[in-house]
Design a protein around this ligand. Structure first.
Ligand code: SF4
Length: 465
């Protein structure tokens, strides 16, 4: 199969990209080898620390496996995987992800059952992301290795089980149930690279015998255009002389395909999950509001002689429970934390939704335009996740006495850039649907206000508390 034969005079940068996609296809064995190396590193970082005693404050990144794993998972791995989605698309999923590799490997021996309807439900990306985020905070996943083992290890076991049940040599887990699938899909919309099928070349190839391609996340190759669901594994590169790795403008998918792709669950994940819930989950430990609420409720309960909520003996897999480190959540702590995260999700998500609805109304448009406009928030939501996750990186670097003078300005620059990016996308989307400049400007001002409210949340956490 010769990938670039249908474009004999491609400019060299296009040729190079197409060649890179081809190299991924040809060197599949190397990719699989790399995946197993990552699986090995993942297993060591996941299981090793859970078998060791919880370290005290004197432990350091390079002298203690638990602190090293904490830094690797939450300080480097997760934030930079998120960043890679925006820079490269879902290469992480197709080339490096240990969970994807394991579920696909297990599915070689799958019972090959058909994928049930409940599994195809569009709400899973939101529900799985919200559930994992909330549960992770309740058991302090950023701090304790047993909590990491339950959250990440539980997800990996579920991925393997799903691989053993449904379809053969596929990634049903990644496509439907992975807790970060929806988030990755949204961020990858901004990627400047994607595998794309050329419709004319595909049609021209009809009638010729072509070996089938195993697209593990089960995508329809003929219409391949979006980077959102494609794992960029490279296996389909050159298929029918029609598919190749290509560059594109980072805004092109949201501006060009946003209306067709937009849907309710995607908007919920973006506005209530990645923005509202995630902010609550990152910032609760610094929030004076949470402390005041807890104090108020504690006094209220004591006055009424209701004392069971102060009991802190819940198991560690339900609520944080490390009495030897003086860190145990009572039922009251758990309830207030849960309420804080859900409250943040509903209040912030509600305000942003209200402002976007107003913008849509001003544009005189319907629900799909609302969802399209919501997609303009992807840069700001993604940046929020990045700066929120790297707060753990910063805490760990502080413990290592690394100078941190650059952190505040870097955060400010990242948030300002992401806000401007969102506003630019918003302006372009508003102008697609408005027939007058006044409507367009008013609708865009609603989006600007929504960005202001989101930024205020980050400013409050990073600079005011
Ligand atoms: S469409 Fe499927 S086979 Fe092709 S690169 Fe994407 S995930 Fe791989």
């Amino acid at each position: 199969m010769q990938i670039i034969s249908f474009h004999p005079k491609l400019p060299s940068s296009r040729q190079r990209l197409a060649g890179l996609g081809e190299a991924m296809r040809r060197h599949r064995a190397w990719i699989i080898g790399l995946q197993w190396l990552v699986v090995l590193a993942y297993a060591i970082l996941l299981i090793g620390p859970a078998m060791l005693p919880v370290p005290d404050e004197t432990a350091h990144v390079f002298t203690n496996l638990t602190v090293f794993a904490q830094f690797a998972f939450w300080g480097i791995w997760w934030p930079f995987v998120l960043l890679s989605m925006v820079l490269l698309g879902r290469v992480w999923c197709g080339v490096l992800c240990p969970e994807g590799a394991l579920t696909e490997f297990a599915s070689r021996w799958s019972l090959n059952r058909p994928i049930p309807r409940w599994l195809r439900w569009g709400g899973w990306p939101f529900v799985a992301f919200a559930g994992t985020t909330i549960y992770g905070q309740l058991i302090s996943v950023y701090q304790y290795p047993k909590a990491v083992l339950v959250v990440l290890g539980g997800s990996t076991i579920a991925a393997v089980i799903m691989g053993l049940l449904y379809a053969r040599e596929k990634r049903v887990w990644c496509r439907y149930m992975c807790p970060v699938n929806g988030v990755f899909g949204l961020l990858a919309k901004l990627a400047p690279l994607h595998f794309r099928a050329d419709e004319a070349a595909w049609k021209a190839s009809l009638g010729t015998r072509t070996p089938a391609v195993n697209c593990a996340p089960l995508l329809p190759l003929r219409t391949l255009d979006s980077a959102s669901d494609c794992h960029s594994c490279g296996r389909c590169s050159g298929h029918r002389n029609a598919i190749q790795l290509e560059g594109r403008l980072p805004n092109s998918e949201i501006l060009g395909q946003g209306r067709q792709d937009a849907n309710l669950w995607q908007s919920l994940l973006l506005i209530f999950g990645m923005i509202g819930l995630a902010m609550g989950a990152f910032e609760w430990s610094a929030s004076p509001w949470l402390i005041h609420t807890k104090q108020y409720l504690a006094e209220w309960l004591i006055e009424r002689d209701i004392l069971w909520p102060f009991n802190d003996s819940a198991p560690w897999w339900l609520l944080t429970h490390y009495p030897e480190l003086n860190d145990s959540f009572s039922w009251l702590d758990g309830a207030v934390l849960l309420g804080y995260m859900l409250g943040n999700m509903l209040v912030l998500g509600g305000i942003v939704t209200g402002l976007l609805m107003l913008a849509t109304r001003i544009l005189g448009a319907g629900r799909t335009v609302f969802h399209h406009l919501a997609l303009s928030l992807v840069p700001l939501a993604g940046c929020g996740l990045f700066v929120g996750l790297t707060a753990t990186t910063v805490t760990l670097l502080k413990a290592e006495h690394v100078p941190l003078f650059w952190v505040s300005p870097t955060r400010a620059i990242l948030l300002a850039t992401a806000t401007l990016w969102t506003l630019y996308l918003g302006w372009r989307i508003c102008s697609q649907y408005s027939n007058t400049l006044t409507r367009c400007t008013l609708a865009w001002l609603c989006l600007t206000l929504a960005c202001g409210v989101i930024d205020l949340g980050w400013i409050t956490w990073f600079w005011l508390w």
